[in-house]
Design a protein around this ligand. Structure first.
Ligand code: DAT
Ligand code: MG
Length: 144
C-alpha cells in the first residue's frame, strides 16, 4: 500500500496545529503508520532537503527546520502521496486554496507549517531517512 512522509514543521508544532493536522489526515481515511517528535540536526535537515541545496533560500530553510522540534509521520492509503499534497496545499500559502492546511493556517512561504513528499519515489526515500528502523505494521481490527 502507498505511503507518504509528512512532517509538521517547527511553526506548526509551536502554534498547536499537531492535533488539527493529524485529524485532517485521519478523517480523510488515511492510516497513521509512523509518528515521531524529533529535534533535527543541521546535517540531517540538509540531507532531507538536499535537492534544494543550490537554492538561495536553502540556508534559511535549514535554519527554520532546526529551530524547534518537528513531528515526523508516515501515512498510508490509496493515492496518499498526491492526495496528501492536495490536503497540504500549494507551497506558497498565498496560492494555497482555503480548505488546505497551508491555505487555512499559513501566510509566509518560509513558514508554511508542513512538509509532504512530492512523489512515491521521494516518499520511499524520505521514509527510509526519517524511519530507518521501519514503521508499525498494524491493521485495523474494527472488522473481525
Ligand atoms: P514543498 O514543501 O511544497 O514540497 P519545495 O519542495 O519546492 O516545496 O520547497 C521546500 C520548502 O522550501 C517549502 O516548503 C518552503 C521553502 N521554499 C520553497 N520555495 C521557496 C522560496 N521561493 N522562498 C523561500 N522558501 C521557499
Ligand atoms: Mg518538496
Amino acid at each position: 500500500m502507498e505511503q507518504t512522509f509528512i512532517m509538521i514543521k517547527p511553526d506548526g508544532v509551536q502554534r498547536g496545529l499537531v492535533g488539527e493536522i493529524i485529524s485532517r489526515f485521519e478523517k480523510k481515511g488515511f492510516i497513521l503508520k509512523g509518528l515521531r517528535m524529533v529535534g533535527v540536526e543541521r546535517s540531517f535537515a540538509e540531507k532531507h532537503y538536499e535537492d534544494l541545496s543550490s537554492k538561495p533560500f536553502f540556508t534559511g530553510l535549514v535554519e527554520y527546520i532546526i529551530s524547534g522540534p518537528v513531528v515526523a509521520m508516515v501515512w498510508e492509503g490509496k493515492g496518499v502521496v498526491a492526495t496528501g499534497r492536495k490536503i497540504i496545499g500549494a507551497t506558497n500559502p498565498a496560492a494555497s486554496e482555503p480548505g488546505t492546511i497551508r491555505g487555512d493556517f499559513a501566510v509566509e512561504i518560509g513558514r508554511n507549517v508542513i512538509h509532504g513528499s512530492d512523489a512515491v519515489e521521494s516518499a520511499k526515500k524520505e521514509i527510509a531517512l526519517w524511519f530507518p528502523d521501519g514503521v508499525v505494521d498494524w491493521q485495523s481490527s474494527l472488522h473481525s
